[in-house]
Design a protein around this ligand. Structure first.
Ligand SMILES: [Fe+2]
Ligand SMILES: [Fe+2]
Length: 190
């Protein structure tokens, strides 16, 4: 798999009268209050696809979160908005790497529905600093999760394991970029 094989992203965010409608395709979202189906074993192809899809959907929520913040958090400086724009592009790159891997395994990213928990948390933020704090924690949790997946899959799916490892390293740079604006963002209330 070549991470440089970018795929066309069909997602688009539409803002109508302050109501944000995001097209979450090619994923399916869980209705509010529904339980997330359990993941299948990471030793199986289906289980690997479950994890690739889960992380890909988190990348999409992060991308949309940054775009939402640019539009809605008016106290953000121009420099911070530019950084968010860069990070949105980076999350889209990760999303496309993961979708490419899912398709090379002949998987379907819409097979399992996922909750919109990240997105709902991002859009509850009311200031640039609150968003940066929350996003930095989410990015760090994601980085740790991707590192664990890289270890779990190292013997069963080397390509996916390397992909998770690469994304984890890049997430570290995302955290450092937002920390430049609020230096205690990642640690102040953890
Ligand atoms: Fe990412
Ligand atoms: Fe990130």
């Amino acid at each position: 798999m070549n991470p440089g094989d970018a795929m066309v992203n069909v997602n688009a965010t539409v803002v109508l009268d302050n109501v944000v409608a995001v097209n979450w395709a090619p994923f399916r979202t869980l209705p509010p209050g529904s339980r997330t189906p359990p993941m299948r074993s990471a030793r199986t192809r289906q289980g690997v696809l479950d994890r690739l899809s889960l992380v890909a959907f988190a990348e999409l929520q992060a991308k949309e979160g940054f775009l939402w913040a640019i539009q809605n958090l008016k106290d953000a400086s121009d420099g911070l908005r530019i950084a968010w724009g860069t990070l949105a592009q980076e999350e889209e790159k990760h999303l496309n790497w993961l979708l490419s891997r899912i398709r090379s395994l002949e998987g379907d990213p819409s097979e399992r529905p996922f909750p919109l928990d990240l997105w709902e948390s991002f859009t509850r933020c009311r200031s640039a600093e609150e968003f940066c704090r929350f996003m930095a924690r989410a990015e760090d949790r994601g980085r740790v999760g991707r590192e664990k997946l890289a270890l779990i899959l190292a013997e069963t799916d080397v390509i996916s394991a390397e992909l998770f490892g690469l994304i984890a390293r890049e997430e570290q740079a995302h955290i450092q970029l937002t920390e430049q604006f609020f230096s205690t963002a990642a640690h102040s209330d953890s």
